[in-house]
Design a protein around this ligand. Structure first.
Ligand code: SAM
Length: 332
């Protein structure tokens, strides 16, 4: 038998790939990973603790074993190290809310063939709409992904020892960058620009962390709001460049160049693709999400960031991997 012959196995896995989102989202919805972590280790115990049917619990456990998120040993189930670290509730980097959100979004995917034909969203659920309720769910779910990146960026920029710095976070969402950085540096102050209802969510997080007195919000559209001149040591633009087209990114980078003090740093975090568009895998897939949800967004190449930042007046640009599928860009 020729072992190099293609088989249909991988394609069958891909065709059925939506079950990964379904099983993970359903398990997160019923806090299964949290119950496993606190000692439930059979379908019966999980069913009792989660308030679900035993048949449902057993079926989810089978699916989670298949997905490699739960291990079965001598008849008892437990989280893998990965699930224990990233899916148990109550930890800042917990991705369970994100898994629930993605399951809820899955219905939109049926429009993808039409979206591809027309070249843009075919429903009005786009990311650009002001005060879009979409953001209220997204920003809290996405915060868990931003925690490790904000921590790495702070380390690289030595923010904890930087003294009385001022920070501007454009499209700051949950406020996770400000919360993380103000906690690390008790002399720092931060301003977040976002829609009013989202800033209210951020204020709650900063209040919970005891740093609200050093946190200011500007409610508005970042396309039209003035960012000020030479006012900030650090500016952040995280998970935003992908929703904007080239012209808007250049315009916003130009306003950010003006807003940052000489010697200050613009921190961009996003899904950035290689110049030949051959990888990395997740940023290549995320381009479809932007086709589905934005009129001009996409996952942009390193060369595009270089060119746009140079046009905006930044002279020194560097790219850095992160513990997530995103890349950090520092521009000075
Ligand atoms: C994907 S979230 C990113 C949140 C945060 N920066 C992070 O990385 O965790 C995008 C954020 O940009 C905000 N946003 C999108 N378009 C905006 C606009 N035109 N003006 C102001 N904020 C906007 C959304 O409300 C949301 O908080």
């Amino acid at each position: 038998m020729n072992t190099n012959q293609p088989t249909p196995d991988r394609i069958m896995q891909l065709v059925n790939g939506y079950w990964a989102t379904g099983i993970l989202g359903a398990a997160a919805s019923h806090s299964l990973f949290t119950h496993l972590e606190t000692g439930a280790d059979t379908a019966g115990q999980l069913a009792a603790q989660a308030g679900i049917s035993e048949r449902g619990a057993q079926t989810l456990l089978d699916g989670l074993v298949s997905l490699g998120l739960v291990e079965l040993r001598d008849g008892s189930y437990r989280n893998t190290a990965e699930a224990a670290t990233f899916l148990v509730e109550g930890q800042p980097a917990c991705l369970s809310n994100f898994a629930k959100l993605k399951l809820a979004h899955m219905g939109n995917l049926v429009t993808l063939p039409e979206v591809v034909r027309t070249g843009g969203p075919v429903t009005d659920a786009t990311v650009e709409v002001a005060d879009n309720p979409h953001w209220e769910e997204v920003v809290q779910a996405i915060a868990a992904q931003s925690v490790p990146v904000a921590t790495v960026a702070a380390d690289m920029l030595r923010l904890a020892e930087a003294g009385e710095i001022s920070i501007l976070d454009v499209g700051g969402g949950s406020g996770i960058y400000s919360a993380t950085w103000l906690e690390l540096n008790p002399a720092a102050r931060s301003t977040q620009l976002d829609w009013g209802p989202i800033n209210a969510i951020a204020r709650r997080l900063l209040a919970e962390r005891g740093t609200a007195d050093r946190f200011t919000c500007i409610d508005g559209d970042f396309h039209t709001t003035d960012f000020g001149t030479a006012a900030y040591d650090i500016a952040v633009y995280s998970h935003i460049a992908h929703q904007e087209g080239p012209e808007d990114n250049i315009a916003i980078f130009t306003k950010l160049r003006d807003a940052v003090k000489p010697g200050g740093t613009l921190v961009i975090n996003d899904y950035i693709v290689d110049d030949d568009r051959s990888g990395p895998p997740f940023p290549l897939i995320f381009a479809s999400e932007m086709l589905l949800k934005s009129k001009q967004g996409g996952t942009w190449r390193r060369a595009a960031y270089h060119a746009w930042l140079a046009k905006a007046g930044f002279e020194n640009v560097s790219f850095h991997p992160t513990p997530s599928p995103t890349t950090l860009v520092f521009a000075r």
